[in-house]
Design a protein around this ligand. Structure first.
Ligand code: XMP
Length: 562
């Protein structure tokens, strides 16, 4: 199998996300992704409902493959990404309506170049080849592909030869597209015509009367503004999909599936306050009510009012059974004197597992463990060589999960992208504040206090953080910003208050924008807002006499300071 260029980040490196130097990566970054790792637990696979129609994206190794699936889902058509050599039996169960052959790093004329299985053509379903996928079609159906004299990379203008093809419904006659290829179509297979061209690619789009098409450019990336319309035309006009993949339908299907899977069993869920575990809990609660128990571990490293807020939403508003464990002392005691950020993470992760296990044991016999694994995690695990189900995401905010508990996993979100999870949350009537919550690291405030952690420092940081959040929300910027927070630096500096000199802490303010975690830019916050935040922190937080604003992007910095 061709390995996708995604990275498998080992548990120990969870924090630092390496940023590829690959120039193509900018588009891939649109895939919102959380990095995680964890121990394998017995898995109970939740198979999608077979009646649902789907488009199958066959992965030939392009870094954009997952993005194709996401774009098609945005057109309300269910779509799955599978390795190019997946057996027909698996595909058949997905009720396929058409195939997309992704791009990939190989050249079709190389020895052992990956090709599409015969069933792709024998099924008589429509096929759309993208970049390498187009070359695969060309080769397999009798055309010719050669190495281009020069590689074509970047923007190009696509001109349609005729706008009659259903692939082009509603499109302009010419439009920008994103190219990234070295090989080119020298001779089309019999029965195909050239439907569009660019300056350097006389054959940029091909098609035949059987609904088989090829695109030399990438419709899935943001640099091809009409690309989504092309994918939609393929899925709806050509494959005849109804476009009824909505989150409302997902919720209904999901609830009946969960009911069937759980039966009379008992489920536990580690609630973190983050959106994934919150949506999982709500969905399962809808399905099996009080057979679900949530465990919410207060590690003493959370934000002000976080515990109360989470408890209120889940217990009071949604009526869930929640065990709230106040383990702050245990965590803080174990962190005493620890300054190395990775050791902090390890200590917190281990302690979490102990606490979680102790609490779970008190409940008696439990059968299932619910987890907020998302589709990108599943794909990432599959691509890294293990089976998708063997490598389970440990939810960021709760650390790894106890492998000896031998619970069956239940992962209702394993076929969803992050933005779909948020939509599910909204459809389930969860509070907006929870659905759109900014990411908060599992080790919490521990990695925002540089150096050792004390209760006093935690209190200072909590107060400063509260001011930041309060002002950012008042300014209506919370949702636009990826993350906003205060850092208690280890530095103390001199100040003056009234007639006195002070020697107090330096707080750094961090506010970043990002499409996902891998790159970020510092937010150009209005000066007045910065002034208000700074004034309030030095006035309201005892022990702090200076505030600075972090104006570095990621890379080279990271979002968190530790
Ligand atoms: P960095 O600092 O690497 O962070 O740019 C990227 C994203 O990951 C979050 N983060 C963590 N989340 N456990 C987590 O659950 C961690 O140890 C951890 N470290 C960083 C960070 O808040 C940002 O969203």
């Amino acid at each position: 199998m061709v390995k996708r260029k995604t990275k498998n980040i080992p548990d120990a490196d969870i924090h630092r996300v390496t940023t590829s130097g690959d120039i193509e990566v900018s588009t891939y970054l649109e895939i919102a992704k959380e990095i995680g790792g964890g121990q394998p637990v017995a898995v109970s696979e939740v198979t999608p409902v077979t009646k649902r129609e789907s488009i199958i994206v066959m992965d030939f190794g392009s870094q954009y493959s997952l993005l194709i699936a996401r774009r098609i889902r945005e057109c309300q058509v269910y779509c799955e990404l599978v390795p190019y050599d997946t057996p027909w039996e698996k595909i058949e169960s997905l009720n396929p309506k058409g195939f997309v052959l992704s791009g990939g790093p190989a050249s079709v004329y190389q020895k052992n170049a990956p090709l599409a299985p015969a069933y792709v053509y024998e099924s008589h379903l429509p096929v759309l080849g993208i970049c390498y996928g187009m070359q695969v079609i060309t080769k397999q159906l009798g055309g010719q592909v050669t190495a281009g004299e020069k590689k074509e990379y970047g923007h190009a203008i696509l001109h349609l030869n005729s706008s009659e093809s259903p692939l082009f419904t509603g499109l302009e006659d010419s439009a920008p597209v994103w190219m990234s290829h070295g090989d080119r179509i020298e001779e089309m297979p019999p029965g195909f015509t050239a439907l569009a061209y660019t300056e350097n690619s006389p054959i940029a789009v091909i098609g035949n009367r059987d609904g088989i098409y090829g695109l030399q450019f990438h419709p899935e990336v943001a640099h091809t503004p009409q690309g989504k319309a092309i994918l939609k035309n393929f899925a709806i006009e050509i494959c005849g999909c109804k476009g009824n993949w909505t989150m409302g339908n997902f919720i209904n299907e999901s609830i009946s599936r969960i009911k069937k899977q759980i039966g009379k069993g008992k489920v536990i869920n580690a609630l973190s306050g983050g959106v994934d575990s919150a949506v999982v809990a709500t969905l399962i609660h809808r399905a099996v009510g009080n057979q679900l128990t949530c465990i919410f571990v207060d590690n003493g490293l959370l934000r002000r009012e976080e515990v109360e807020r989470t408890f209120k939403v889940f217990n009071e508003n949604l009526g869930m059974k929640i065990i709230h464990v106040d383990a702050a002392d245990r965590f803080i005691d174990r962190l005493k004197g620890v300054v190395d950020p990775e050791v902090k993470r390890k200590v917190i992760g281990e302690e979490f597992i102990e606490v979680f296990e102790e609490e779970a044991n008190k409940i008696g016999k439990v059968d299932f463990l619910a987890q907020g694994t998302l589709y990108p995690d599943v794909i990432e695990s599959a691509a890294s060589g293990s089976t998708a189900s063997a490598k389970i995401k440990s939810h960021h905010n709760v650390g790894g999960l106890p492998s000896k508990m031998r619970l069956q996993l239940i992962e209702p979100l394993r076929y969803l992208f992050k933005d779909e999870v948020r939509q599910v949350g909204m459809e389930l009537g969860m509070p907006e504040e929870m659905v759109w919550r900014q990411p908060f690291p599992g080790p919490g405030l521990a990695i925002r206090i540089i150096g050792d952690i004390t209760r006093e420092k935690l209190e200072i940081l909590r107060s400063a953080d509260y001011v930041v959040m309060n002002e950012i929300k008042k300014a209506n910027l919370y949702r636009q910003l990826w993350q906003t927070f205060a850092v208690l630096t280890g530095i103390k500096s001199t100040g003056v208050m009234g007639d006195y000199r002070t020697y107090g802490y330096l707080v750094a303010l961090r506010a970043v924008t990002s499409d996902d975690v891998m790159t970020a830019d510092w937010a150009r916050l209005p000066y007045d807002l910065l002034a208000r935040i700074s004034n309030r922190i030095v006035n309201e937080v005892p022990g702090v006499n200076r505030v600075v604003y972090d104006i570095t992007s990621k890379p080279p910095s990271t979002i968190e300071w530790e």
